[in-house]
Design a binder for this molecule. Structure first.
Ligand code: NAD
Length: 353
C-alpha cells in the first residue's frame, strides 16, 4: 500500500485514479477536504476496495501515526498543500500551517514509523514530496531554464511555504537518513482542475459569457505540463529515483499567459461556438496585475529524462484539447464546485463580474 496525502485535490486525484488504473497496489488517501479537495474527483473509484479514503490533516500527528501503524505503507506521496498563489497573498496563514507545519509533522511521524521498520522495508521505503518550480523564483527572459541546482528564491507566500517544505524534506534526509525524493514541477493543467486557476477559470468563464480576466499585460511566461504526464513522472521517480535527489518535471512548453488564453478561446470557438457566432477572445479583459507576480518560470527537465527515462506523452496542443473537451463534457462537476467557498472567493476577486 502507498499513502497519498491531498489525493482529493487536482493533481492528487489524477494521481490516485491513474495509480489504481495501472496497479493493483491499494492507496490510502488522506485529505483534509479543504475548499480544493473534492470527493467527486474520486467518484469513479467509490466502492473500489483498493482505495481507502480518510478525511484528516497531515498535521494531525496522532491520526497520521495511527494510519501508518494500521496500514503499513511502503511509500508516502505528499501532495497535500494550500496551492493557490492569490489566496496566499490574501491569507498566508493556512499556507504556513499546512505547507510548513503540516509537512514538518508528517515528516516527523513518517520518520518514527520508518525507523521502526525492519532493515529490508526500511531500505525500500520512500517519501516523495511533490513541489513546484515556483520555489526557484523568477527568470529573466533570456536566462537558462531552472535546473535542480538553481538557488531557491521564492517570491510569493505560496512559493516561500513550498520552498520551506522542500528544505525540511531535504534536511530529514541529510540529518535522519529518511529516503526522500522531491519533484519540482511546472504548471499543470487537465481534468479536475479547480476553476480558480488560469486554464479552468478561462474555460468556465468563457462558457458562462463572463469576462476572461488576464493579469497585467498577460506576458508572464510559464511552462505547462498535462497532469497525466506529471503523474507518470511521479510514478517513475517513486520507482527509480535516488533517495535524497530532486527531479525537475516539465513539458518544455513555455508560453505567455495571454497565448494560453487565446488557445483556450480558439478551441472553444471550434468545439462550442458562441451562440452569436463571435469569438470568445472578445471576452478577454486585462485586470490589475498580482503583487510580486513572477515574470517567467522555465523548467530544465533533462535530469529526469536522462536518469529515469521519463518523457511527457502529450504536447501542449493535444493536452489542452483534451482538457477543454473534458470541461465541456463535465458541466455537472463544474456546477458542483462553483458553490459556497468558490463563489465567495470569485466574488472578492472579480467583483465586476
Ligand atoms: P489542490 O489545491 O488542488 O489540492 C490540494 C489538496 O490537499 C486538496 O485536496 C486539499 O483538501 C488537500 N489538503 C490541503 N491541506 C491539507 C492538510 N493540511 N492535510 C491534508 N490534506 C490537505 O493542489 P494541486 O494543484 O493538486 O497541487 C498538489 C501539489 O502539487 C501541491 O503540493 C502543489 O504545491 C504541487 N504542485 C502543483 C502544481 C500545479 O500546477 N497545480 C504544479 C507543481 C506542483
Amino acid at each position: 500500500m502507498i499513502l497519498v496525502t491531498g489525493g482529493a485535490g487536482f493533481i492528487g486525484a489524477n494521481f490516485v485514479l491513474d495509480w489504481l488504473a495501472n496497479s493493483d497496489e491499494p492507496v490510502l488517501n488522506l485529505d483534509k477536504l479543504t475548499y480544493a479537495g473534492n470527493r467527486n474527483n474520486l467518484a469513479s473509484v467509490d466502492g473500489d476496495a483498493r482505495h481507502v479514503f480518510v478525511q484528516g490533516d497531515i498535521g494531525d500527528t496522532a491520526l497520521v501515526e495511527r494510519l501508518l501503524a494500521e496500514h503499513k505503507p511502503r511509500a508516502v506521496v505528499n501532495f497535500a498543500a494550500e496551492s493557490h498563489v492569490d489566496r496566499s497573498i490574501h491569507g498566508p496563514e493556512d499556507f504556513i500551517q499546512t505547507n510548513v507545519v503540516g509537512t514538518f509533522r508528517l515528516l516527523q511521524a513518517v520518520r518514527q514509523y520508518w525507523q521502526a521498520l525492519c532493515a529490508i522495508e526500511k531500505e525500500a521505503f520512500r517519501f516523495l514530496h511533490v513541489s513546484t518550480d515556483e520555489v526557484y523564483g523568477t527568470l529573466a527572459p533570456d536566462a537558462p531554464a531552472f535546473t535542480e541546482t538553481h538557488t531557491t528564491e521564492p517570491n510569493s507566500p505560496y512559493s516561500a511555504s513550498k520552498a520551506a517544505s522542500d528544505h525540511l524534506v531535504r534536511a530529514w534526509h541529510h540529518t535522519f537518513g529518511l529516503p526522500v525524493l522531491t519533484t519540482n514541477c511546472s504548471n499543470n493543467y487537465g481534468p479536475y482542475h479547480f476553476p480558480e486557476k488560469l486554464i479552468p477559470l478561462m474555460i468556465v468563464n468563457a462558457l458562462a459569457g463572463k469576462s476572461l480576466p488576464v493579469y497585467g499585460d498577460g506576458m508572464q511566461v510559464r511552462d505547462w505540463l498535462y497532469v497525466a504526464d506529471h503523474c507518470s513522472a511521479i510514478r517513475r521517480v517513486l520507482e527509480a529515483g535516488k533517495p535524497g535527489e530532486t527531479y525537475n518535471v516539465g513539458g518544455w512548453n513555455e508560453m505567455p499567459n495571454i497565448d494560453i488564453v487565446h488557445t483556450v478561446c480558439r478551441l472553444l470557438d471550434e468545439l462550442r461556438p458562441r451562440a452569436d457566432g463571435k469569438p470568445y477572445a472578445e471576452q478577454i479583459s486585462y485586470v490589475q496585475d498580482r503583487p510580486g507576480h513572477d515574470r517567467r518560470y522555465a523548467i530544465d527537465a533533462r535530469k529526469i529524462e536522462r536518469e529515469l527515462g521519463w518523457k511527457p506523452a502529450e504536447t501542449f496542443e493535444s493536452g489542452i484539447r483534451k482538457t477543454v473537451q473534458w470541461y465541456l463534457e463535465h458541466a455537472g462537476w463544474v456546477a458542483d464546485v462553483q458553490t459556497g467557498a468558490y463563489r465567495d472567493w470569485v466574488q472578492t476577486q472579480y467583483a465586476a463580474d
